[in-house]
Design a protein around this ligand. Structure first.
Ligand code: SF4
Length: 195
């Protein structure tokens, strides 16, 4: 069951209607359309993350405008920027305080691999600290790239695939999406930027 156009499809994104749909499908459909990110920005990538929530990119289109100050009310952690060794235990604590089911997006090369900061002060990949589901490439990733990562994650959440994998291995989904240069695709209401 593919994730359809949120605005135009609505419940039509389900293979059954609201009466006959399987409960699991309804739960996954709801989760994919109401994932709330933890308010958690670490460096310059966080500016692009904030831009994604502002009027032009407007991730409210995907039910995500509510960046939660409490990790207990968030189910997506967007690691936006480099992770210092000093910050690593804090990041892990925030992750541990988030309720299950929860997911992680690694935003930018610094979060994913340390990037240009190949030194003792920076964690050389946030997957050493938390299981990563989607990697958004770039320095910084454009809002289009981040939304591409978010929508990829939403599709997997709706399919239930990530939860099955997490239960089996405890690992993140480890999905790598392509970078989309800023402004290269029109931002349409309810559409993925790469459509
Ligand atoms: S990837 Fe680039 S923009 Fe993001 S934190 Fe690193 S240096 Fe800053």
């Amino acid at each position: 069951m593919a994730l359809g156009d949120v605005v135009n499809d609505g419940l039509g994104g389900l293979s059954h209607n609201v009466i006959t749909g399987r409960l699991e499908a309804l739960v996954n459909w709801s989760r994919s359309r109401s994932s709330w990110p933890a308010t958690f920005g670490l460096a310059c990538c966080a500016i692009e993350m904030m831009a994604s929530g502002a009027a032009h990119y407007d991730i409210a289109r995907f039910g995500m405008e509510v960046f939660r100050a409490s990790p207990r009310q968030a189910d997506i952690m967007i690691v936006a920027g480099r992770v210092s060794q000093k910050m690593a235990p804090v990041l892990r604590q925030v992750y541990d305080q988030m309720m299950e089911p929860k997911w992680v997006i690694s935003m930018g090369v610094c979060a994913s691999s340390g990037g240009m900061f190949n030194n003792y002060a920076i964690v050389q990949g946030v997957d050493q600290i938390v299981p990563v589901d989607v990697y958004a490439p770039g320095c910084p990733p454009s809002p289009e790239t981040l939304i591409h990562a978010i929508e990829t994650l939403h599709t997997k959440i709706e399919q239930g695939e990530i939860m099955r994998r997490r239960e089996k291995t405890g690992a993140g989904a480890n999905i790598h999406v392509q970078e989309i240069p800023a402004g290269s695709v029109p931002v349409l209401l309810g559409r993925q930027p790469h459509d």
